[in-house]
Design a protein around this ligand. Structure first.
Ligand SMILES: [Zn+2]
Length: 306
């Protein structure tokens, strides 16, 4: 959602409005102002900036930060990006206007222009459409749109290919969480239900082990860790029941038989599994919804205007 200051700024300068940002041509420069968490991000699209020039531009921008009132600046290949921090209140349109005007002046002075046509192939006489890539608006021709999409899928495929890192992570997750089986058996003997808290401990340790062994953070990570958790809980509960049976004098064969046929033992076994997996749910929710949200792949999307 856009704040009033940004909406007014867009209206006054006849910019195109999207859900969380506005963009358009202003004094022949393509500008974009986006809402971010506690900040406005202003982007100015320019022709390719060489690496040496990037540093000079960054330094000159840094010197102007306090005077003009922006907080951070980054110079990329085709963009100059600055942010206005909004700790206590949203920026008014005058403030946004001041920073945008400064940026346009700055670009003019440094002889930077917004290229016409497609930003990738540099063809000026070609139809282009606006796309959003990593929160920035770019104009691409149809051909380059396909090309960029292919490049992005290749990055994703390359990431998915790192299977050996999954194996390493799996090994780490197992090694770190296996000792939980022992602690579960001990707790089951003395504290019974408290033992199921070990399900959470196992979850925590498997994540630690996964990372320590260099497991990759990918689309399969959460499933590997959930599988390890299920395995540990299952093994722990089974080991505990066995231990209790053998401890009370049953032979291994008798213990096997009791787990399969003795109604009372089966009922205790099931209850322990329920308790264990009940605690595991917290671990699974974390893995399913939080842990995996840490990986993000860039996507190219057609700009949707309001
Ligand atoms: Zn192109």
């Amino acid at each position: 959602m856009k704040t009033a200051g940004l909406r007014e700024f867009a209206k006054e300068n006849d910019l195109t409005s999207c859900r969380t940002y506005v963009f358009g041509y202003y004094k022949n420069y393509l500008i974009q102002v986006s809402e971010a968490y506690g900040a406005k991000i202003i982007r100015l699209t320019v022709n390719d900036i060489s690496d040496e020039k990037k540093q000079t531009l960054t330094d000159s921008l840094k010197n102007k930060e306090n005077e003009i009132g922006f907080t951070d600046s980054i110079v990329e290949l085709n963009q100059i990006i600055v942010s206005i921090s909004e700790t206590f209140r949203a920026s008014k349109k005058e403030k946004i206007q001041k920073v945008v005007d400064f940026l346009v002046e700055f670009a003019l002075e440094k002889n930077l222009k917004t290229p016409k046509g497609c930003i990738k192939c540099k063809n000026e006489n070609i139809n282009t459409s606006a796309y959003n890539l990593d929160r920035a608006v770019h104009f691409y021709c149809d051909f380059c749109e396909t090309k960029v999409k292919d490049e992005l899928s290749e990055i994703k495929r390359e990431y998915y290919r790192q299977e050996k890192y999954y194996a390493k992570g799996l090994l780490g997750a197992l090694l770190y969480s296996l000792p939980v089986i022992l602690s579960w058996v001990i707790l089951e003997v003395y504290l019974e239900r408290v033992a199921s808290l070990n399900a959470m401990l196992a979850g925590f340790l498997s994540v630690k082990g996964y990372q320590k062994f260099g497991g990759v953070l990918g689309p399969y990570t959460k499933w590997i860790l959930i599988a390890v958790n299920i395995l540990i809980v299952f093994a722990s509960v089974t080991a505990s029941i066995f231990y209790l049976l053998v401890d009370s004098g049953a032979s291994l064969a008798k213990a096997f038989d009791a787990i399969e046929n003795n109604a009372e033992v089966i009922s205790i076994y099931r209850q322990s599994l329920r308790l264990g997996f009940g605690m595991s749910i917290i671990v699974w929710i974390y893995l399913l919804f939080l842990y995996n949200s840490m990986i993000k792949f860039s996507k190219l999307k057609k700009v949707k205007t309001l």
